[in-house]
Design a protein around this ligand. Structure first.
Ligand SMILES: [Zn+2]
Length: 489
């Protein structure tokens, strides 16, 4: 038996939410901090209770000397495998929110390759076997963090040495039933699934899903889900059943406005880019054109049936004048020409960037006694600061007590560069990207202006979450646009 020392975390929303779980798997992690102790890592989880460093925890941490600390009871949830993407295998076996179905074990290690001491490795095998026995699991229910989410190189040692992973899983199997485990395979990109609703706002129930796990996966409350699905019995979800995640406007028909005299269409087999077109539609000639949407090929690219060119692809968005309607509703009337908006007058120029130090009220005036409270500004919210008066800062969210604002730097430093940057690049532009990544909690460490492995890794993680089909670790206008949106939230 492995010796386990109980050092349970203080209950708190960020690392010990005290939610019950249904154990279906055991996930192996590395702590990603060479030669740190189990106790140090346990305290790192404990300190998350302040809410200042986000979510994160695991059930067990194995020290370099093979001793084990328990941070969470087995049947309560930790935040160790949350992600916007999961592998198909994990979704099928662990459900749409694997934190709700797995026990996490963190291993300390002696270098950046994730090499462990013999003691740690031995304890990992014994602890896993002990838990598997207790919860009726087999060695095939052991997962690497990467096998669950698809992208993170955790546990790095096993990710890069799958034969060792197989060997150690088999060592667990030997203690259990002796059955050899299936051979681990590297995670292929095609296996990674973004947890999202389909174009109709629906999601197909997978094995292990509950309304609660779905609410976590889609960042909503159970009540919101219940409201959207009044006829669904939460206790009787069946695999393959579809439930509503968000209400979306149905797009059945595409309308091309009479103002356009040429609109490109593309063959089904070619990508819809200039040069590939197989013809042009002429909405002007027909006083506008209307097509039934047969399929959505990708975002903003539809398949329609045309008289002249047969079935084709067409790129259409409302921003370039296209309109959409559902089958039952008539064609939308052309919108009246918008009056030119007067340019907003900026009374204040915001110079500094800050962050809210806690949940704090913003005020309508720079005077606590006469002002009314406006809105609650959430902890860590990004604040643009103009000036201070009477113990309050004037920010883009209203007047906020100086006590609750941490100044991070000059606002213009966060202007994102409009250039392409990749590994090996250096300079001020890189600093600005690093700063943005840190600000968005994709930590790059020090903002040293060197686009190295850590910056690339942080950028990839950012892309995995916000632009999962374009993960390349390269900063481009595409990344810039998404970051800008995130930073202005
Ligand atoms: Zn991990």
């Amino acid at each position: 038996m492995v010796k386990i020392t109980d050092m349970l975390l203080t209950p708190n929303p960020y690392s010990r939410p005290q939610r019950p779980i249904k154990i279906k798997g055991i996930v192996w992690h590395w702590v990603a901090n060479p030669n740190s102790s189990a106790k140090g890592n346990r305290n790192f989880f404990e300190n998350r209770k302040s809410g200042k460093s986000g979510y994160g925890s695991a059930h067990y941490i194995i020290d370099l000397n093979g001793s084990v600390i328990r941070c969470l009871n087995d049947n309560e949830m930790g935040y160790h495998v949350g992600s916007n993407t999961y592998t198909r295998d994990a979704l099928n076996k662990l459900g749409s929110y694997p934190n709700g179905t797995t026990i996490g074990i963190e291993c300390t290690h002696i270098d950046w390759d994730g090499n462990m001491t013999d003691e740690t490795r031995k304890a990992l095998i014994e602890l896993t076997a002990q838990l598997a026995k207790k919860y009726d699991l087999t060695a095939d229910n052991i997962w690497l963090h990467q096998e669950v989410v698809g992208w993170k190189d955790c546990h790095r040692f096993y990710v890069n040495n799958l034969a060792e992973f197989e060997k150690d899983k088999n060592a667990v199997a030997k203690i259990l039933d002796g059955k050899p485990v299936s051979k681990p395979k590297p995670v292929s990109k095609d296996e990674i699934v973004l947890v999202e609703a389909d174009r109709n706002g629906m999601y197909e129930i997978k094995n292990g899903d509950t309304l609660w796990s779905l609410s976590r996966a889609f960042d909503m409350t159970v009540e919101q889900l219940e409201k959207l699905n009044p006829k669904v019995d939460p206790k009787k979800l069946t695999v393959g059943q579809k439930i509503v995640i968000k209400k979306v406007e149905k797009k059945d028909c595409l309308h091309l406005p009479a103002s356009e005299d040429s609109w490109r269409v593309y063959p089904l087999k070619a990508s819809p880019v200039k040069g590939n077109e197989c013809g042009f539609l002429n909405p002007k000639k027909f006083n506008g054109l209307k097509y039934e949407i047969l399929d959505e090929y990708s975002q903003d690219v539809y398949v329609i049936q045309t008289e002249h060119f047969g079935k084709v692809k067409i790129y259409a968005t409302t921003s370039i004048g296209a309109k959409f309607s559902s089958g039952s509703t008539p064609a939308p009337k052309p919108a009246p020409k918008p009056k030119p908006k007067p340019k907003p007058v900026h009374k204040h120029s915001f110079k500094k960037l800050g962050r809210a130090k806690g949940d704090v009220w913003s005020h309508s005036k720079a005077d606590f006694s006469t002002s009314t409270r406006k809105v609650v500004v959430g902890h860590n919210a990004r604040l643009e600061i103009c000036c201070d008066d009477n113990g309050l800062y004037y920010t883009n969210k209203g007047w906020i007590s100086c006590k609750y604002v941490e100044i991070i730097g000059d606002l213009d430093k966060y202007d994102l560069p409009s250039v392409t940057l990749r590994r090996g690049d250096k300079g001020g532009n890189v600093v600005r990207v690093q700063r943005a990544l840190n600000q968005l909690y994709f930590k790059v460490g020090s903002e040293d202006g060197v686009f190295g492995a850590r910056t690339q890794d942080a950028l990839k993680r950012f892309q995995m979450v916000h632009d999962a089909y374009h993960v390349n670790g390269v900063y481009s206008s595409r990344v810039e646009k998404i970051m800008e949106k995130m930073l202005s939230k």
